[in-house]
Design a binder for this molecule. Structure first.
Ligand SMILES: [Mn+2]
Length: 272
């Protein structure tokens, strides 16, 4: 069966004008053929307009770190940081419950199927030793916990937990680590330890490599992986099956969409 989704859109981060311009190019008939890679909001100028559009048009996405951050603020687990966050208008909209309801439907990982081909979408990345079933069970575990007690989840998820989990890891640290893998990871060691500080192209720490440079077991089960989150690499992975789609629109780059059928990329320049 053909997926209704045809394009995966990169990190919008409140860049409403560029988002609308991109939709005009890739989905002129408004058939809602797009799936987003997360970080729909924050840092950019028009998060409240993006949120309105997302809710009105039932746009689907995986969760990014900024989406979780917005949820944490809306639910009262975290304060809006005036120096960095640009979510004031979202908060004052008086629509918190609708926004929370909508974003809580988003998973951390999603497989889009098209013509017997499968594309995995995540915000930041996955662990190299995970098979697709492991990706799905980690996703299911987080989603179940987030939906059953959002307040507790969003209050306790913040941590730079980068140490890999084992069977003995307690539930809270396990959850923090998995959230970091799906929504914040860039560099990782062969032992699955995360460097959550470095945002550049290269880690200064020895033995840390970009997560997509390892052999990935999931690639035995899917045909490709699409991720966002890492504007500094400008989508370049030098990997024929793992593609980055965050071209840093909010930082003056561009907003991109990848066609999951032919992997072609369509971009709209930042209007900043
Ligand atoms: Mn991100």
């Amino acid at each position: 069966m053909r997926s209704k989704f045809k394009f995966v859109i990169g990190d919008i981060q409140g860049c409403y004008k560029e988002f609308k311009a991109l939709l005009k190019l890739i989905d002129p008939k408004k058939e809602n053929k797009v799936f987003c890679v997360g970080d729909l909001v924050n840092r950019g100028p028009d998060s409240e307009k993006v949120v309105d559009f997302i809710l009105e048009n039932n746009i689907k996405s995986v969760l990014g770190n900024h989406d979780l951050h917005m949820l944490a603020i809306l639910i009262g687990a975290k304060k809006h940081n005036k120096k960095k966050d640009t979510l004031q208008k979202v908060i004052s909209k008086n629509k918190s419950l609708d926004i929370i309801d909508h974003f809580l439907k988003y998973p951390f990982a999603k497989v889009l199927s098209n013509d017997n081909k499968k594309t995995l979408v995540v915000h930041a990345g996955i662990l190299p030793n995970w098979k697709l079933s492991d990706v799905q069970s980690a996703n299911d575990e987080l989603v179940a916990e987030l939906r059953s007690d959002p307040e507790k989840f969003l209050t306790t998820m913040y941590s730079d937990r980068g140490k890999a989990i084992s069977k003995s890891t307690n539930k809270l640290n396990r959850r923090r680590y998995l959230v970091n893998v799906f929504t914040r990871m860039r560099f990782i060691t062969p032992q699955n330890k995360l460097d959550l500080k470095t945002k550049l192209k290269k880690s200064t720490k020895e033995s840390y490599l970009p997560w997509f440079e390892y052999d990935h077991k999931t690639l035995n089960d899917v045909d490709g992986i699409i991720f966002g989150h890492w504007a500094a690499i400008n989508g370049v992975t030098n990997h024929n099956k793992i593609k980055g789609v965050d071209l840093g629109c909010v930082w003056g780059g561009s907003l991109a969409a990848i066609n999951i059928y032919d992997k072609s990329i369509i971009t709209v320049e930042s209007r900043k």
